[in-house]
Design a protein around this ligand. Sequence first.
Ligand code: AP5
Ligand code: MG
Length: 269
Amino acid sequence: MHFIKNYRILTKQPGGWFKPIHVPFTRMSLSRSFHGSNFVNSLSVKDGLPMRLLLLGSPGSGKGTQSSRIQKKFNIPVISSGDILRQNIARGTKIGEIAAKEIERGAYVPDDIMIELITKELQNKQQNWLLDGFPRTINQAVALDDRLAMTDRSLNLIINLSVPEEVILQRIMDRWVHVPSGRVYNLSYNPPKINGIDDITGEQLTKRSDDNPETFKIRLQKHKALTELLLEYYAKRNILVTFCGRTSDEIYPQIERELLKRFGSGNLG
Ligand code: AP5
Ligand code: MG
């Protein structure tokens, strides 16, 4: 169902009041029934709504894999906190020095550093983007919300990947990465054309310092301890969708369908 030109919708105001506003969407369709407290989220607004996405999921759940597929299909830039940290490590920056120590032992880089790093990245981005790996703590989530609210561009979809733990460990042991681009390979799932070499640039692939069974166990535990809080924080907002599956191939079509339903084909790459 399409409605051309301006459409009048109700939106929830901070004080709890609902006020009609005019929204210049080109197309809009109703895809969810009108239950729940947030009227706006029950609408699927197409072609023209910027994609401001967050990808959540345990280590090895396929965030990097899914984000590169979304990036390719919808032509949106990805901001991956892990990739940015690894690039800092490779360049030998001050942040890289701090990050190297924390990453190697499966710990998190301090909130203040991460908030500064990622919000700076976001300043350079236009309307559409996908965040992978940030925020990871409530402090980071609150700081991100505050910064985004200042420019009236809050998150509009949170994609949570749920993959059984038993399938994840083997993936990690087989993972190779191209640090400058963040491209991810897996020896059995998506191997490079030439062993140890990035398909696009011909540069060397490397193993991540945190991809070993001991560190991975710590990363998983840390993730479990913090993720529930984060999911609870976002669940209240009604823009959180969880996708379950054993492989990224099983999950990706579900994500793509949801994105097309919510954002239409206007962003297709
Ligand atoms: P980060 O780089 O974000 O790592 P992570 O969250 O632990 O997640 P991974 O990158 O390990 O997994 P992924 O979900 O991206 O999976 P992938 O697609 O590669 O962070 C690293 C560290 O940086 C953190 O531990 C922390 O120290 C620090 N950090 C980052 N952000 C921070 C923040 N906000 N605050 C504080 N510290 C922060 O897939 C995994 C493997 O599976 C790949 O080999 C892939 O090819 C393979 N694969 C994918 N799909 C399939 C399939 N269907 N079948 C088989 N294999 C598959
Ligand atoms: Mg990743």
